[in-house]
Design a binder for this molecule. Structure first.
Ligand code: NDP
Length: 400
């Protein structure tokens, strides 16, 4: 079928690349390009001989549009799958425009010096992509990503109008460390230490970080504490799900994680303000990242399951209706299959599927789009086929 250029070679990329290599009919060729080429070469060596996908590697600094454009023009991929960090989204989008190549990512742009993630920067590219005749698919991970596809699916098949969405992200995995993050520590800590917010009756309601706590009995996992966070898909779903009154996002955290985070915050280690240290400027959070366990090393140690899904409440044929759509994933099964824990797996699989949707022409229209703006059916089928089967429950426990 075609060729994907994958940028980044960390935890999520590794899971996505394993899945592309299982799906050689679509991904006949991939080029893995990242800042540290040795990581790309090591992954290529591990996968070669297990797949008919042809794999090449390259070095690229994705902060530089010229370097990226030259690479895309040389490799001539059908799509560019951005699995580097949110800081690189705009440079990669600019390069895709210059080389007229479709773009897919899993996280929205965030300036490195402001911990605020919003779609406004990437949505500003709508007209440019439309004029260039190419597609940008934003947020094709799990959350954002599958949560948006679940919403579009609920809207298409179950509701006349959805009024309430609660997105619940439960990670009941235990890696045995007192404190570690399941994906890039810098991005993760920026996200969880920010103020919370949710969308209600047409505007944002802000909370203190971790101010709202609920307990939920997750299918196949049991009771867990979860906390309201701001999350990027709230912004696009508030626009794209017509008639919506409220959307909230909750994530589970264990007590050990929260105690460590509070302590690190209190001593200034989670700050993104540069400080002077031994004659050099350093960012405390980047230093903290360097001493924490690398998320990609957690795979063999992490046991337990994740459950991520959405609870919808709304109206069908004049009657109230509820629906819970969720996926349960087992950390050890993911590790056996692709050598990654479930957080990388649950992001990497939808990243591969998003790239497949664009490459096969199922999700192709000029412009910049979030996942819920496309037909959810082929993506939902692909989730079942490629390792993230989902379940529905029509009488779920509700959050309030
Ligand atoms: P990692 O830190 O493990 O990997 C990031 C990769 O990007 C590394 O290979 C890194 O290279 C590379 N990289 C960073 N800067 C550059 C640069 N300037 N040029 C080229 N390559 C660069 O992160 P994760 O795999 O944990 O996360 C990847 C993305 O997935 C993030 O954007 C994250 O927010 C997103 N994500 C999305 C989720 C969702 O459900 N939607 C859930 C979890 C994550 P090097 O090896 O040299 O450091």
């Amino acid at each position: 079928m075609g060729k994907a250029l994958i940028i980044g070679c960390g935890g999520v990329a590794s899971a996505a690349i394993h899945k592309c290599c299982q799906n050689s009919e679509v991904f006949t060729e991939i080029c893995i390009a990242s800042r540290t080429k040795a990581k790309c070469d090591a992954l290529k060596e591990k996968l070669e001989g297990t797949t008919s996908t042809k794999i090449t590697t390259a070095q690229v600094d994705a902060d530089h549009v010229d370097e990226l454009t030259a690479l895309i023009k040389k490799e001539k991929p059908d799509v560019v799958l951005n699995l580097a960090l949110p800081y690189q989204d705009l440079t990669i989008m600019d390069a895709c425009l210059a080389a007229k190549t479709h773009y897919i990512d899993t996280a929205n742009y965030e300036p490195e010096d402001t911990a605020k993630f919003e779609y406004k920067w990437q949505w500003a590219y709508r007209e440019k992509f439309e004029k260039a005749g190419i597609t940008a698919l934003l947020g094709s991970g799990f959350d954002p990503g599958v949560t948006g596809v679940f919403s579009a699916y609920a809207q298409k098949h179950y509701f006349d109008e959805i009024h309430y969405i609660d997105i619940l992200d439960c990670n009941a995995g235990d890696h045995g460390y007192p404190f570690a993050t399941n994906f890039n520590p810098e991005i993760n800590i920026r996200e969880v230490s920010a103020r919370g917010s949710y969308w209600e009756n047409g505007s944002w309601v802000e909370t203190e970080p971790m101010e709202i706590k609920k307990v939920y009995d997750f299918p196949e996992i049991g009771e867990k504490d979860m906390y309201l966070l701001h999350h990027e898909e709230l912004e696009s779903l508030a626009l794209n799900i017509k008639g919506i009154k409220r959307i909230r996002f909750f994530m589970t955290f264990g007590q050990s994680y929260l105690t460590h985070l509070k302590c690190l915050e209190n001593v200034g280690m989670t700050s993104i303000e540069p400080i002077e240290f031994e004659g050099k400027q350093i960012v405390p959070l980047q230093f903290l990242k360097a001493v924490l366990p690398d998320p990609s090393s957690l795979g063999p140690r992490t046991k337990g399951k994740t459950n991520i899904g959405c609870i919808f409440r709304g109206i069908k044929d004049g009657k109230e209706r509820n629906l819970y759509i969720y996926n349960v994933c087992d950390h050890q099964e993911c590790y056996r299959e692709v050598g990654s824990q479930a957080v990388a797996y649950t992001t990497g699989v939808p990243a591969m599927i998003g790239a497949m949707m664009v490459m096969t022409g199922k999700w192709l229209k000029p412009g910049v789009f979030n996942v819920e703006e496309f037909d959810p059916d082929p993506f939902m089928e692909a989730l079942n086929r490629w390792g993230l089967p989902w379940k529905t429950e029509e009488q779920p426990e509700l959050v309030d």
